[in-house]
Design a protein around this ligand. Structure first.
Ligand code: NAP
Length: 338
């Protein structure tokens, strides 16, 4: 397994995904309808793949969707919920004849799945993934991609703390960003087709370099999740989490931490193990800032605290002005199934 942050190189048979440092490109938006792919294979039928199946069906973006999952129980639930048109037992079977293959399993399982499907991929097909970490996934998957198969990694910035085949819903990606990795050698037509699929599912699409993606996500998602896990753990150590007063009187702060800390343990274990360097870099900076604030509290430095909080308040305003959240007390999550 490749260490996080490792540069992915083209696979031995010419798979094209590589990553280099660089800025993100201009975001593009739009809504596309009508079939974009003849057959889409969804590998893994949890929150993200299930939502993709439903979102594609909503706008008729695929001629046919074929899905598979590791366990019979997940496959049965996915079938009952109609997450895709056809359910098959193995990933190898699912990718046959598919012009788009979506890897939607935990980050640590991507390489194993790529190895399994590689001999069965159709020439000219595009393989993408939805993993929350990009450099490690590229390092795991790219070496298995056969000549003539295009690998375009992706990451929808959409989710809830729920997981599994019951969790998906067709509007999950509406007005959310999807980041696609545009590395040197990436097939432009394959990237453009995938971009149109995500736009059709309701997302805004931006392209980004893998290492830059992993650093940005360490700041915006991975480190905050670790902090939430830690804060809930601290409260648990104090024996107060289940105390009815803590629950009853917890405002958005602690209650939001418990919601985030309820996220899938397998997924988040893999995220931290596979985005190790960027997460540790951000946590190091976080710890330094925490010590500075701790010292300001101890020494009664109100000016420092006030200046700090004034700066962070402006960041929140910027997020609202960019339309990335709402000022509602529940942060706009009222309509999202839980
Ligand atoms: P999920 O709901 O837990 O579904 C995971 C799927 O992967 C299930 O179908 C599961 O099959 C299968 N799976 C688990 N371990 C596997 C293994 N070792 N080998 C093969 N298949 C395995 O997960 P999710 O939330 O959809 O996340 C899927 C991917 O999307 C992850 O890479 C995650 O980082 C990324 N992502 C998640 C979010 C989010 O908020 N949840 C957001 C963006 C991206 P069984 O049920 O049969 O075990």
């Amino acid at each position: 397994m490749a260490p996080a942050g490792q540069q992915a190189t083209a696979g031995p048979q010419g798979a094209s995904a590589t990553c280099t440092a660089g800025p993100s490109k201009t975001p593009e938006t739009g809504t596309t309808t009508g079939p974009i792919y003849g057959r889409v294979a969804l590998i893994g039928l949890g929150l993200i793949a299930g939502s993709m199946g439903l979102a594609m069906a909503r706008r008729g973006l695929a001629g046919e969707t074929v899905g598979t999952a590791r366990t019979a129980a997940t496959r049965a639930t996915a079938g009952a919920r109609g997450l895709c048109d056809r359910i098959v037992e193995t990933a190898a079977e699912a990718v046959g004849g598919a012009d788009l293959v979506v890897l939607a399993v935990p980050v640590g399982a991507m390489g194993e799945v790529a190895q399994e499907i590689a001999p069965h991929l159709m020439p000219g097909a595009t393989v993408t993934d939805v993993g929350s970490v990009k450099a490690s996934v590229i390092a795991q998957v790219a070496p298995h991609m056969p000549q003539g198969v295009h690998f375009v990694p992706g990451h929808p910035l959409a989710g809830t703390e729920q997981s599994g085949p019951d969790a998906g819903f067709d509007t999950l990606f509406d007005n959310r960003w999807c980041l696609l990795i545009d590395a040197p050698g990436t097939d432009a037509a394959a990237l453009d087709r995938l971009r149109r699929l995500w736009q059709g599912m309701g997302s805004q699409v931006a392209t980004m370099d893998a290492d830059h993606h992993d650093l940005v996500l360490a700041v915006t998602s991975h480190a905050p999740h670790l902090i939430a896990y830690t804060m809930v753990g601290v409260a648990d150590d104090l024996g107060r989490v289940t105390d009815s007063e803590v629950i009853r009187y917890s405002a958005a702060g602690f209650r939001d931490f418990t919601r985030i800390a309820a996220s899938d343990p397998t997924m988040w274990r893999d995220v931290f193990l596979h985005n190790r360097d960027a997460t540790l870099e951000i946590l190091g900076r976080f710890t330094e800032e925490l010590f500075a604030l701790q010292r300001a509290i101890r020494t009664g430095d109100g000016d420092l605290l006030h200046a700090y909080f004034t700066r962070t308040r402006a960041i929140r305003r910027g997020i609202l002005e960019a339309g990335q959240d709402t000022a509602a007390p529940d942060f706009g999550r009222g309509g999202v199934p839980r």
